[in-house]
Design a protein around this ligand. Structure first.
Ligand SMILES: Nc1ncnc2c1ncn2[C@@H]1O[C@H](COP(=O)(O)OP(=O)(O)OP(=O)(O)O)[C@@H](O)[C@H]1O
Ligand SMILES: [Mg+2]
Length: 176
C-alpha cells in the first residue's frame, strides 16, 4: 500500500461526487506534538443506511457496475489500523457522510501527504458546481473555500485550465 494521502483524498472525494454532494469539506490536521494526522471528509450527499455502512467495509462490495481497482473505504480503514490510528464512518440517508481517520504521524507505514493541490484540482475539475473547503492545519492554518475563490473570479470559470493550475500551486504553496 504505497499510495499517498492525496490519492485517498481524490478517491474518497470521488465517492462524494458520485453521491451527489453539493458541499465537500476536507480537513487535514497535522499535530506534531500529538504525533497525529487527522483526515476528515464531510459531504452532504445521499448518505448510506446502516446496512450499507457495514457492507461498504467489505473490499469486494461496490454499487458500481464497472469496477476499476480503486482504493475505496476498506483501504483507508486498513491504513488507519496499520498506522496505529482510528477509523470512523458516520452516515445518514439524505443527509450525508462523514469519514474520519487518524494516523500516527511517525508510524513507518504512514504515507506521505503527496500532491494535495493536484487532488483538489482534480476534484474541482470533476465537478465545478460543488463547493469545496480544504481546511489544513500544521502549525498555522490554511483554509481554501471555492465559494471565496469563485467570488474573486467573478465571471471567470473555476474550471478554466489556467485557474485550476493556479489553484493547485496556491494550495501546495500554502501547505508545504
Ligand atoms: N460519501 C459517500 N456517500 C454515499 N455513498 C458512498 C460514499 N462513499 C461510498 N459510498 C458507497 O459505498 C460504495 C463503496 O465505496 P468504495 O469507495 O469503497 O468503492 P467504490 O467507490 O464503489 O469503488 P472504487 O472506489 O474502487 O472506485 C460506493 O459504491 C457507494 O455506493
Ligand atoms: Mg470509491
Amino acid at each position: 500500500m504505497m499510495q499517498d494521502l492525496a490519492m485517498h483524498i481524490l478517491d474518497l472525494g470521488q465517492n462524494s461526487i458520485r453521491a451527489n454532494a453539493k458541499n465537500i469539506e476536507i480537513c487535514l490536521w497535522i499535530d506534531d506534538e500529538k504525533d497525529c494526522i487527522t483526515f476528515r471528509l464531510v459531504d452532504d450527499g445521499i448518505g448510506m443506511d446502516e446496512d450499507m455502512q457495514k457492507r461498504v467495509l467489505d473490499p469486494f462490495f461496490s454499487t458500481r457496475t464497472t469496477r476499476k481497482i480503486g482504493l475505496g473505504i476498506p483501504f483507508i480503514k486498513e491504513l488507519a489500523e496499520l498506522c496505529n490510528g482510528s477509523f470512523l464512518l458516520q452516515s445518514e440517508v439524505g443527509k450525508g457522510t462523514t469519514l474520519e481517520i487518524t494516523l500516527q504521524k511517525s508510524c513507518w507505514d504512514t504515507p506521505p501527504l503527496g500532491d494535495v493541490g493536484e487532488a483538489m484540482m482534480m476534484l474541482i475539475q470533476a465537478d465545478g458546481t460543488i463547493e469545496y473547503v480544504l481546511d489544513y492545519r500544521h502549525h498555522g492554518e490554511f483554509i481554501m473555500k471555492t465559494t471565496e475563490i469563485k467570488e474573486i473570479l467573478g465571471d471567470v470559470n473555476i474550471q478554466e485550465p489556467s485557474i485550476l493550475l493556479w489553484l493547485k500551486e496556491y494550495i501546495n504553496e500554502n501547505i508545504k
